[in-house]
Design a protein around this ligand. Structure first.
Ligand code: PEP
Ligand code: MG
Length: 311
């Protein structure tokens, strides 16, 4: 991939603590872009494309059948552009579609969705994209179009990869649509235990960054459904088993100069900030309401690390 473009350094203000670890922000809907950009975040660590698509009220297949490829691609261009513009030149990580079949089923055209006992273990994320490359490549073409329009701050991120094969297949689709993976920054989410355990091969596949989806990584590592209140007290991103996966991935990535980030909800938990900053994570991406607190927590942890180094 390309070297890091936009840096958060230019965004420093008197009230924003200067930190070595970047603090980005998650954006779910384009309408939230302005407020997120004003938060002083160093970029967008996760921009979910699925909300742009779910808001169309039709499954991608139905929307494309009714309105055509161009219209679908344009919806995604418009959604990402709003965010890329608000943040420019700070980087924006656009994540390709990751809605599970039970969410698509609510939409017009949803009757064609497969019925699954475990949608969270099923046909979503990169699995669906690799199986339905036409819809996937329209999203990639949207990003290529944005690059051509000058929004060189848009990065691609692929969800729910299992192993390097998923990553290499996604990469070949980037090449198919004319995005040069050596010239543009791109990466994957680490949210299955298999991907964490395959990190060396995933690094070798050429990613510029990985981002921890701790919402999913926790549910899959602990076998605790993230939406099941019967086991909610067992859901813990700070569990030592999850922490081991996170810190091992950071260590491997640091050795190869691959950036690491966290975009799960736990990015705003002080104990998570402490452990990941100590492990040497590159950036954290919480929700907009937590940006300021996370900046201050990062500053505190970094100062403590400095003092320990000097002693
Ligand atoms: C995650 O799994 O932590 C994540 C950020 O993705 P989502 O919540 O959209 O599954
Ligand atoms: Mg996830």
């Amino acid at each position: 991939g390309a070297s890091a473009g936009a840096s958060g350094a230019g965004q420093a203000s008197a009230s924003k603590p200067m930190t070595a670890t970047e603090v980005k922000v998650n954006v779910s809907i384009p309408e939230a872009a302005e407020r997120a950009a004003a938060s002083g975040a160093d970029g967008v660590g996760l921009l979910r494309i699925e909300h742009m698509v779910l808001s169309l009220g039709k499954t991608p297949g139905k929307y494309i059948a009714d309105h055509g490829d161009r219209a679908f691609r344009q919806e995604i261009i418009d959604g990402i552009r709003t965010v890329a513009e608000a943040f420019y030149p700070r980087p924006v990580r656009a994540r390709t579609l990751d809605a599970p079949t039970d969410e698509f089923r609510q939409l017009e055209g949803g009757e064609d969705e497969p019925t699954e006992h475990n949608p969270m273990l099923g046909y979503r994320g990169i699995r669906r994209s690799l199986d339905k490359p036409a819809v996937f490549e329209l999203q990639l073409e949207a990003v290529r179009g944005l690059h051509e329009m000058g929004y060189d701050n848009v990065e691609l991120m692929f969800p729910l990869v299992t192993d390097a094969e998923d990553v290499l297949r996604a990469k070949s689709h980037m090449q198919n649509v004319g995005i040069d993976p050596d010239k543009r920054r791109w990466g994957v989410m680490i949210e299955t235990p298999a991907s964490a355990l395959s990190i060396e091969e995933i690094v070798d596949a050429g990613v510029d960054f990985v981002s921890f989806g701790t919402n999913d990584l926790t549910q899959y590592t602990l076998a605790v459904d993230r939406n099941n209140s019967n086991v909610a007290d067992r859901y813990d991103e700070l569990h030592p088993a999850v922490q081991t996966l996170l810190t091992d991935v950071i260590e491997t990535c640091r050795a190869s100069d691959v950036d690491t980030s966290i975009c799960g909800q736990a990015a705003s938990k002080p104990a998570m900030v402490q452990s990941l900053v100590n492990a040497g994570i590159t950036s954290l991406s919480p929700n907009v309401d937590a940006v300021r607190d996370v900046q201050h927590e990062v500053k505190r942890v970094e100062q403590k690390l400095l003092v320990e180094t000097v002693r």
